[in-house]
Design a protein around this ligand. Sequence first.
Ligand SMILES: *Cc1c(COP(=O)(O)O)cnc(C)c1O
Length: 477
Amino acid sequence: MTQSIRNIPAVHEVIKTFETSNQQVERPIPAEVVKGWAQYHLRFLREDILQHPSNYENVTREMLMADLLFKLNQEVKSYRPNNLHQVLNGTGTVLHTNLGRARLSNKALERVIEVSKHYSTLEYNVSEGKRGSRHDIIKDLLIQVTGAEAAMVVNNNAAAVFLILRALCKGKEVIVSRGELVEIGGSFRISTIMEESDAKLVEVGTTNKTHAYDYEQAISENTRMLMKVHTSNFKTVGFTKEVSVEELKGIRDDVEQSSSNGILVYEDLGSGSLYPFRHDGIGEEPIVKEALNKGADIISFSGDKLLGGPQAGVIAGKKEVIDLLKKHPLARVLRVDKMTLAALEASLQSYIYDEVSDNPTIRDILLTEKQIQGKVDVFLRELEKELSPLNWKIETGKDTSLIGGGTMPTVERPTVGITVEKDGLSANKLEGILRKITIPVISRMKNTKVFIDFRTIDEEEIPLLIQALKEAEKLME
Ligand SMILES: *Cc1c(COP(=O)(O)O)cnc(C)c1O
């Protein structure tokens, strides 16, 4: 055993041998990265020798070195200089939270580059030559698209909910229906945010039914808010009843007539669509303007869900309430940067100028089966032009795609895609190989076959997809 341990090469020897044997790659791998790999595999080898000494009885130093080199070369193959990089979304889910939710329009991207590359008017009033406020940059646009008196932006909608509860309801009671105490993906729970904000949660009603009288009976001198939360990612069906924002406003107005507590009605819209998908028969997402018209004092919604912009949280409503929020110290903590503001400004402008077809989120949700079939046809034609045909079985197939991002949970849009199969390879293996290439293809399963949904594959991405399949084929050899 001690002999085997003595056979382990030193880190610098491994690195040197690797460097001399390694054919040059496009961009040299940083020395620190190679050293990290060498240290990792040497540590692993040492432990393995200590645990299974008999396995190493006849193993020479040269054999250990060869094995280490093999492992480092494996590392080179899967090495990616960037941990955050492009993938091809073959899931068909337009707002895929794990794949970055909304994509930005070209106009929004251009604006991000402009204000990040150059100095900008972030907090500078050019006409007066003095300090300005970043809140003012998109205030007017937000007012136009939401129809509110005033509006502001924070980091995301979770931050918006937190700021609203903390700044307006700290130490006071907030009444929420038990049917709306939702959890939205990655550990965002209304009840937890409420606790962190020091607002006191008063739950009313039951999971399936909450009535107006439940709110009426719960209102006390300490009540500061009636909060409505859009149940974005699930749907209750059957024996159900919820209280609308109109009704909440009615309840509040009745109470305020007898005693003026300053109770606010707040609706967390979640996605908060600016585009009326509902009018196209797609889902039942609340439309921001309509929600405000129904009487909420304030609302909040995400920037990177159905709006199709950057990650952000929009708060809109009564001016006096927004002014309070803007003045709160947390507003500074939760503020957005110039890249977000630039992307959001451009994304909102597309609604004003009626250019929503430039918005990838809206465009892709609206895509019809026929339009998606068109993209599949382009793919098949381009594939035929390839000199060395792929040795795979590729078939066109129909299915349905989800919207995702915790919105429109029951909506299934008709779609078209391809199933890919390869002789002698299980669907799971194939799915894994498609994830291991330079630009990974994220697919899904359909009847135990790998399916690539073309709703979320852009026409301009088709050459990349063909390239990806060719690369995957090489990995299978
Ligand atoms: C998605 C969602 C949130 C969280 O929004 P983020 O922008 O992801 O922070 C909060 N409330 C509801 C109802 C949601 O659907």
